[in-house]
Ligand binder design. Structure first.
Ligand code: GDP
Length: 197
């Protein structure tokens, strides 16, 4: 897919206020600092469409971007700040639950995972929750330029092993680097093929 246009539409703190639109939307979510903003900018070929590096405790926002006039890319808040309170974690859970429960036009969630680490509990639990709630998702292993190919393979295998404890198969996954552009064609190609179905 060629990116002809990519524009910021709106930021919302409430799911009910998200655009009243039938356009298909693709949500991007992951731990804070996983490289979500960098990936969104890489995919859309814009330097600072998504703002990089958010700080803990800031207002949780759902950001809609209109791509090529025919689909929405949705930037969801990062999860997993080490220092947030239990109540902040519960608020996040409610917020995310409300997003997925309300946005019927949400076609696929891309769960971003830092490829430099072995399977992390928080990511596994989040994906399990998506599965239990029948929310379609794919995985994107980010920052692949920061790890040697062999180590990357080991980490992905580790995820496969962990996930196959609960699932009959590994969800579709992509490997990306915001610095080299790795994964761009595959991820955009996937979105294009789903949009055409
Ligand atoms: P976010 O909090 O998930 O939106 O993460 P950011 O996009 O702000 O990235 C966090 C940090 O990781 C920043 O310093 C980025 O420059 C760096 N980063 C993000 N993606 C990549 C990548 O693919 N390769 C490298 N080398 N660094 C990355």
């Amino acid at each position: 897919m060629k990116i002809k246009s990519a524009e910021f539409v709106v930021s919302n703190s409430k799911v009910e206020k998200c655009p009243d639109s039938r356009l298909p939307e693709y949500a991007f979510i992951g731990r804070s600092n996983v490289g979500k903003s960098s990936l969104i900018n890489m995919l859309t070929e814009r330097k600072s469409l998504a703002k990089t590096s958010s700080r803990p405790g800031k207002t949780q926002l759902i950001n809609h971007f209109l791509i090529n006039g025919n689909w929405h890319l949705v930037d969801l808040p990062g999860y997993g700040y080490a220092k947030v309170s239990k109540s902040a974690k519960r608020t996040f859970q409610k917020f995310i639950t409300a997003y997925f429960a309300n946005r019927k036009q949400m076609v696929c969630a891309f769960v971003l995972i830092d490829s430099r680490h072995k399977a992390q509990k928080i990511d596994l639990e989040f994906m399990q929750w998506l599965g239990e709630n029948q929310i379609p998702f794919c995985i994107i292993f980010t920052k692949a330029d920061k790890i040697k190919p062999k180590a990357l393979e080991t980490n992905i295998k580790n995820y496969q092993t962990e996930m196959l404890e609960y699932w009959s198969e590994m969800p579709e996954f992509f490997i990306s680097s915001a610095t080299s552009g790795l994964g761009k064609e595959e991820i955009l190609g996937y979105i294009e093929s789903v949009n055409q179905q």
